[in-house]
Design a protein. Structure first.
Length: 590
């Protein structure tokens, strides 16, 4: 654990350091952090706070390191060309090209009548950039004589049915003119001949392959949904495939990495890892493969000589933290000594010292980092922030914001020296609300007493029955912006008391939650937040088209959080519940 994080745990609010000398040296800065934290706790209204600083609807503060370039969309991947002069960003509906010298957008190339898939962008020889899309195409773009990129190749990768194969991450083998691509709905690794522009073969892998890396004559494929079910397994359907699930919760319970012999063109092994294996990176000597397991908060390490898992690295800022860091992508330093882990749930990079496999520090990013890459010399860090600063695009509407008005971002960060990493660590920890989380985790037990709402260990509730009503697709201001008791905006009120008298009556008689924010921007996300308190990387990266299916009604086990549902915890506590509609097998008649 990094020095600053030890003190965040033990002297949480003050954010002191282990060394007294260091603490004295940094006292003024620490006091500023404390005051800023106090101000945030009192004024945690979602929105801009000045500069690159934002409060997002998870109640976290976004204040990314380095220079940040924002643009409309939701970036999931990025790639640098060979001479590192141009960055191509795989954005929601386009490719955004950035000039590396000026760190500015030089072109936005819209996709032809489709959106992007969840992963996959790379450059081939001749400065051609390739990407996969939601319609099942592998596409390329090349600069014309005017210096503008335009679409060239359109290679269809057919799906298992009339729908898309949903291709994701891929590797380009320029020497053999081949592309190896993860075909997510086909459960295969596709092989594309670049000379003919044809899909020439498919190799069966696990369920819902995410990405691929190649080492010599072997390819490794991370499988979001894990291994194929055996006869003894309990399983459930996910986009036409059966997924191994937990017998009690129904949550997808397998994660694997398939090993492919490229000479024999067949799978030779399937390595069990943890849940939702996604981003992978090889060590510079190719002896180790690191895999980010987004639904386990851990990084698996595979020995590529034996193809066995040899160790597991904790990616969370503190090992004792609850689940939810969502490590989904990785990069490794050229000397192989430092691993950078993109923790989507924490809005930061975890910097891991690979000499001892311990956390060296944290680097704050934008909202939900989805990709991390390094320059060839390892002195620059590049991060695609999928949610960026949230739905803040103000060029579309006269007033207000829509959930589709997202502004993503890319962070350009110089490799920090030790002192700067220490400062970054404090900022990242404060922004993710680590002081608040750890203080709540370590509350002292009080003498047993009955209270309306227990907030400390030892307290028990007077309440016998809880009615949990879910209303979706409306913001607080749209309905309650006209209520003088709350912190609302009357200009955004669309369905006030005249339209919603029952809502207003309930709010006036019971409780008005004016500064309670929801992170569910669509039904698919919202139902996960309300029933599980968490949205998986699988669901976050499916936005906006949800090619594998729109899981608003709980019809896909890969969507679920591994920690189960609110009703699982009700039953675990020995209580009972009734469900009048959430995730039930309903039959609507007529």
């Amino acid at each position: 654990m990094a020095p600053s994080l030890r003190k965040i745990r033990s002297v949480c609010i003050l954010l002191c350091f282990v060394s007294t000398a260091v603490a004295q040296k940094k006292l003024q800065g620490v006091e500023k952090v404390r005051k800023d934290k106090d101000r945030f706790d009192k004024q945690a209204a979602v929105g801009p706070r000045g500069g690159q600083n934002y409060v997002v609807s998870t109640s976290q503060v976004i204040e990314p390191a380095g220079k940040v370039v924002t643009f409309p969309g939701r970036p999931v991947d990025l790639a640098l060309n060979a001479d590192e002069t141009v960055m191509a960003v795989k954005n929601m509906m386009n490719i955004v090209f950035l000039d590396m010298a000026t760190q500015t957008v030089i072109q936005t190339l819209d996709l032809p009548k489709t959106g992007h898939s969840f992963k996959g962008i790379a450059w081939s020889a001749g400065n051609k950039v390739w990407t996969t899309d939601e319609k099942g195409f592998l596409r390329s773009a090349l600069r014309n004589n005017k210096g503008r990129f335009e679409w060239k190749d359109n290679i269809l990768l057919p799906g298992p049915d009339k729908n898309s194969s949903y291709p994701g991450g891929f590797v380009i083998d320029d020497a053999n003119a081949l592309i190896y691509v993860a075909m997510n709905r086909n459960n295969t690794l596709g092989i594309v001949d670049m000379a003919t522009g044809k899909l020439t073969a498919q190799i069966a892998v696990g369920i819902a392959p995410y990405s691929v890396v190649v080492k010599g004559n072997k390819a490794y494929v991370s499988n979001w949904g894990g291994r194929r079910p055996l006869a003894k397994d309990m399983s459930a359907p996910s986009s036409g495939s059966q997924v191994v699930i937990d017998k009690k919760t129904g949550v997808a319970s397998s994660g694997t990495v398939s090993v492919i012999s490229l000479t024999e063109r067949k799978a030779i092994a399937e390595i069990p890892v943890l849940l939702h294996p996604c981003g992978m990176v090889l060590s510079p000597d190719n002896l180790k493969l690191y895999i980010a397991n987004a639904n386990s908060d851990l990084v698996s390490v595979i020995n590529t000589s034996t193809d066995k898992v040899v160790k597991t690295i904790n990616a969370k800022p503190m090992e004792e933290l609850p689940f939810g860091s969502s490590p989904n992508d990785l990069a490794i330093s050229p000397d192989g000594e430092t691993l950078y882990v993109a923790n989507g749930g924490d809005n930061l990079l975890a910097v891991i010292n690979l000499k001892n496999n311990r956390l060296a520090g944290l680097i704050p990013t934008g909202w939900y980092p989805s990709t991390v890459r390094l320059s060839a010399d390892g002195k620059k860090i590049f991060v695609a922030n999928m949610k960026g600063i949230g739905s803040r695009n103000d060029t579309i509407r006269v007033k207000g914001h829509n959930t589709l008005d997202m502004v993503g971002s890319v962070s350009f960060i110089d490799l920090p020296a030790a002192d700067l990493l220490e400062s970054y660590t404090i900022k990242a920890a404060t922004g993710m609300r680590l002081p608040k989380i750890t203080s709540e985790m370590n509350l002292a037990r009080v003498q047993e007493k009955m209270v309306p709402v227990p907030v400390r260990p030892g307290e028990k509730s007077l309440i016998k029955h809880v009615v949990y009503i879910i209303k979706e697709n409306r913001t607080y201001d749209q309905v309650f912006g006209d209520m003088p008791q709350g912190n609302g905006d009357t200009s955004l009120c669309m369905f006030g008391k005249f339209v919603t008298p029952n809502h207003h009556k309930l709010a006036e008689e019971f409780v008005l939650l004016d500064n309670l924010y929801c992170n569910g921007v669509k039904s698919a996300e919202g139902h996960q937040w309300t029933s599980q308190g968490y949205v998986t990387d699988y669901l976050e990266k499916a936005f906006p088209s949800f090619v594998r299916g729109y899981p608003w009604n709980g019809n896909d086990p890969i969507v679920y959080s591994p920690k189960g549902f609110i009703w699982d915890y009700v039953l675990k506590a020995g209580l009972t519940f009734r469900d009048y509609g959430e995730y039930v097998n309903d039959e609507l008649t007529p």
